[in-house]
Design a binder for this molecule. Structure first.
Ligand code: ZN
Length: 146
């Protein structure tokens, strides 16, 4: 029985290890910062699950944060349009092809997550940012698939 268990663990452990590395988490704060400037996933991932936490205490109306994935050269244009989309849309333009993934907006003490496919994103220069008005200057980073 013990041998069988060991065989089972050895067979499935690599699968579990790969699955867990396709899960990312990042924190955000009342100081308008993310905890990471760079997020990396292995190219073996087909889908990635990202969890955003907000460890501050300010409400989302004044210090809301989200996590939006975009091609780096489209970041500043998208950030402008996101501002115009307004709070009713979580500051994410609806149906916009430039939005590769986006979480909802969270306030202090809240968390949210998003699952998205990275199948078509390999080899692209990608960045993430917070689209709450005025935040992207400080709240952005690189998203790397390696
Ligand atoms: Zn923010």
């Amino acid at each position: 029985m013990r041998v069988l268990m060991l065989a089972f663990v050895m067979l499935f452990l690599p699968v579990l290890a790969q699955a867990s590395s396709c899960e990312l988490s990042i924190d955000s704060t009342d100081q308008m910062r993310y905890s990471e400037a760079e997020l990396t996933v292995p190219s073996g991932c087909e889908t990635v699950t990202l969890t955003l936490t907000h460890s501050g205490s300010l409400p989302k109306t004044s210090m809301g944060h989200n996590w939006v994935l975009v091609e780096t050269d489209q970041l500043s244009d998208l950030a402008k349009d996101a501002m115009a989309a307004g709070p009713a849309n979580n500051y994410v333009p609806a149906g916009d092809d430039r939005v590769l993934a986006a979480t909802e907006l969270v306030g202090g003490g809240e968390s949210t997550s998003v699952e998205f496919s990275v199948a078509d994103l390999k080899g692209k220069d990608l960045s993430f940012f917070c689209s709450f008005p005025g935040h992207f200057a400080l709240m952005k980073g690189k998203f790397i698939i390696e």
